[in-house]
Design a binder for this molecule. Structure first.
Ligand code: PGA
Length: 249
């Protein structure tokens, strides 16, 4: 079996003023004694990205953007390009988060274009997929995710250059999580899809779980087959909580 280094990525969403960067001092102290081999990343709001990247570089923290435009530059007021994120120090960018799919009507096609732009700027897109509660109840969770993958993952995806995050929409910010059986089943079907699409390279793609991942459930969830890390919202805002999840990986 291919050995995959886990990725523990935090998504601060629209939270955090400059003062929140103080959490990095605490995180740096906590990580100093850490033995985990996981890659650690935080995706702050764009306003904090450059400062976080500079500060985090001192202790091995990677950073990422939360979205990017599909064009490299141009007349797109308010948008940010993948190369701007890279220039600010980012290694990753989240694409197709369900909040962007819902709030901004992002389609699979758009998510794919953004992911292609990210790869072009040498960023690793963290491509998000996940079903709604109604879709799961209707027994369509796997087919919905397969459709999202087919539409959102770039054809030319390079194994070193993409991450998939499975985030059931109904589990985000709600305190609810799927059963461990359901997580294993979904991650297995994502792995099979990746291998079908990318061949052997699909075995090496990190598949993250996201949605109410907390210190209390991290150990159990992160140990599951084909769960190669997590994408963490609320619990990534405070260094103590985030570190508790990192140390469970
Ligand atoms: P949550 O968010 O951990 O707060 O549920 C996860 C996410 O949306 O990435």
């Amino acid at each position: 079996m291919t050995k995959i280094v886990p990725l523990i990525a935090g998504n601060w969403k629209m939270n955090g003023l400059k003062a929140a960067l103080g959490e990095l001092d605490r995180l740096s102290d906590l990580l100093a004694g850490d033995r985990s081999e996981a890659t650690i990343a935080l995706c702050p709001p764009a306003t904090l990205l450059a400062a976080m990247s500079d500060k985090g570089a001192a202790f091995g923290l990677k950073t990422g953007g939360q979205d990017c435009h599909f064009n490299a530059k141009g007349a797109h007021t308010g948008d940010i390009s993948a190369s701007m994120l890279a220039d600010a120090g980012a290694s990753y960018v989240i694409t197709g988060h369900s909040e962007r799919r819902a709030d901004h009507g992002e389609t699979d096609e758009l998510v794919r274009a953004k992911s292609v732009a990210a790869i072009g700027a040498k960023l690793i897109p963290i491509i998000c997929v996940g079903e709604t509660e109604a879709e799961r109840r209707a027994g369509q969770a796997e087919s919905v995710v397969a459709t999202q993958l087919a539409g959102s993952v770039p054809e030319e995806a390079d194994v070193a250059a993409i991450v998939i995050a499975y985030e059931p929409v109904w589990a985000i910010g709600t305190g609810l999580t799927p059963t461990t059986e359901d997580i294993v089943q979904m991650h297995k079907s994502i792995r099979l899809w990746l291998v079908e699409r990318l061949g052997e390279r699909g075995q090496g793609v990190q598949i993250l779980y996201g949605g109410s991942l907390k210190p209390a459930n991290a150990k159990e969830i992160l140990a599951l087959e084909n769960v190669n890390g997590g994408l963490i919202g609320g619990a990534s805002l405070l260094a103590n909580d985030f570190y508790a999840i990192i140390s469970a990986a």
